[in-house]
Design a protein around this ligand. Structure first.
Ligand code: TYD
Ligand code: MG
Length: 454
């Protein structure tokens, strides 16, 4: 047998080098390189080694096979996958600890079982009793869902072959362990090799494999982005643990669109689907208050109405403070600068706080108009009248720019009872009744005037 070669791998970014370094030249992390066994290319390939077997084909002769997807019946979950899990695919579900990854996949396993789809759920983190207790909490058990606690990947694959499920769930990839490698479970080398092995297993057996992966503080799937290239689908489970609202997003999907997102709320009996999320965050709102503006944001393909709150207060001493929760801090600073330079506001001696209600995170520039309006509303201590909905991107010259899907945002807004819409100027082919006012604006100034004075 060939002698095993060793190299050094950065545990935070995966950079590989033949000699030890104190600091990773790729990501700058100190003392992050550790020794790992080199894996030869041969052991990693899952394609047939016999060169004779590989022949080019015409697309028509290949494209005819239709994939039967395995669906859970949880609509929000299936939609993100593009209709269900494709047999023989490798799916990675990432998310911060405690967000509900084990819960959603165990629930999915139970539902697959109910549809007669045999599933094996392997946990490396919780005992069989714990998993069974959780399943009971989620509403029962069935004979098609098998559970097992193990971390030795070879043993798991042997069992998976014996049981022959349609789906194998691994919770989590960071706890899996390939005895051929000498490094500890969770190291870059282990995570990569275990994933490669599972990939080979999925492709050769036709069993779909769902992996849970923990995400580090900066949002990367630990051990590192490398995994994203190897798997077919990357799902991300997001939310704020202090709130019940959760979003499932596809960051990569070889079998479907990455525009879809699934929306859930975490309840005592597991995750509940939120089929109609548009008004989710408006339930606790009553009356009008200075500094609060409702904006329409897109979550995947669906609009969600979001309450933006601003508080502008005199700085007690020194430098003004700016903070943003749920929204990009730099964008708040940019909007403040636009309001100062283009419209003559003076925020120089004021602190400014932005908060998005309900633990929602908005990254869309379409929220600019609502954020700017909330800042002005708080500064002037003047509430925005009830029934106003605003969206639009604000440019550096103070212009209001177009955003995607204006019709859908307006239609959902009308359904929720909004009556006055401040939107970017564009030809929106909408038929509305007399009670609904759609005000198209070109500049931030026009928008604010329409909101507060007209
Ligand atoms: P979990 O799935 O263990 O998180 P992860 O696997 O991502 O680390 O979810 C843990 C949280 O979910 C825990 O704090 C309790 C909560 N939870 C509920 O609110 N309801 C439930 O029915 C279940 C099973 C969990
Ligand atoms: Mg877990």
């Amino acid at each position: 047998m060939a002698k095993t070669k060793y190299h050094f791998v950065c545990q935070s970014c995966g950079y590989t080098t033949s000699k030890w370094l104190g600091r990773c030249p790729e990501c700058g992390a100190w003392d992050s390189l550790s020794e790992e066994a080199e894996v030869t290319a041969k052991s990693r390939s899952f394609l047939p080694t016999n060169a004779e077997k590989i022949k080019p084909k015409t697309i028509a002769s290949v494209a005819q096979t239709r994939v039967e997807r395995l669906a859970t019946g949880i609509r929000e979950f299936d939609r993100v996958l593009g209709g269900g899990v494709v047999p023989g695919s490798l799916v990675l579900l990432g998310g911060t600890p405690g967000i509900g990854k084990s819960t959603i996949l165990l629930d999915a396993g139970l539902r697959f079982g109910q549809q007669g789809i045999k599933t094996l759920y392997v946990s490396g983190e919780e005992s069989e009793e714990q998993t069974a207790m959780r399943a009971a909490r989620l509403g029962g058990a069935n004979d098609n869902l098998l559970i097992m606690t193990a971390t030795d990947l070879d043993a798991i694959l042997v069992q998976a072959q014996n049981v022959a499920p349609k789906l194998l769930i691994i919770d989590s990839i960071q706890t899996m362990y390939n005895p051929e490698l000498q490094t500890a479970a969770g190291s870059v080398g282990q995570v990569r090799e275990c994933t490669a092995k599972l990939l080979q297993f999925a492709k050769t057996s036709g069993i779909a494999v769902l992996l849970i992966g923990h995400v580090t503080k900066d949002g990367n799937i630990a051990g590192p982005r490398l995994l994203e290239h190897m798997v077919d689908v990357v799902l991300q489970f997001e939310g704020d643990r202090s709130y019940s609202f959760r979003v499932l997003r596809a960051l990569k999907n070889r079998f479907g669109s990455t525009n879809e997102s699934g929306i859930f709320s975490m309840e005592a009996g597991g995750l509940q689907e939120v089929a109609n999320p548009a008004g989710l965050f408006l339930e606790d709102r009553d009356g009008e208050a200075a500094g609060s503006v409702i904006g329409a944001c897109m979550e995947g393909n669906r609009p969600i109405m979001v309450e933006f709150q601003a508080l502008v207060a005199k700085t007690p001493y020194g430098m003004p403070r700016r903070t943003a929760v749920g929204f990009d801090y730099n964008r708040v600073n940019m909007l403040l600068a636009i309001l100062e330079r283009r419209m003559g506001f003076d925020f120089g001696v004021y602190d400014a706080y932005i908060n998005i209600v309900g633990g929602m995170r908005v990254t869309e520039p379409a929220a600019d108009l609502a954020v700017a309006a909330a800042l002005v509303s708080s500064y002037r201590n003047k509430p925005v009248p009830k029934g106003v909905l605003a969206f639009g991107e604000v440019g550096l010259t103070g212009e209001v720019r177009r955003v995607s899907a204006p019709e859908r945002r307006i239609v959902d807004g009308i359904n929720l009872g909004f009556t006055k819409f401040i939107v970017p100027d564009s030809n929106i082919p909408l038929k509305t009744d007399a009670n609904v006012q759609i005000i198209k604006v070109k500049t931030l100034e026009q928008a604010l005037r329409a909101m507060f004075y007209e």
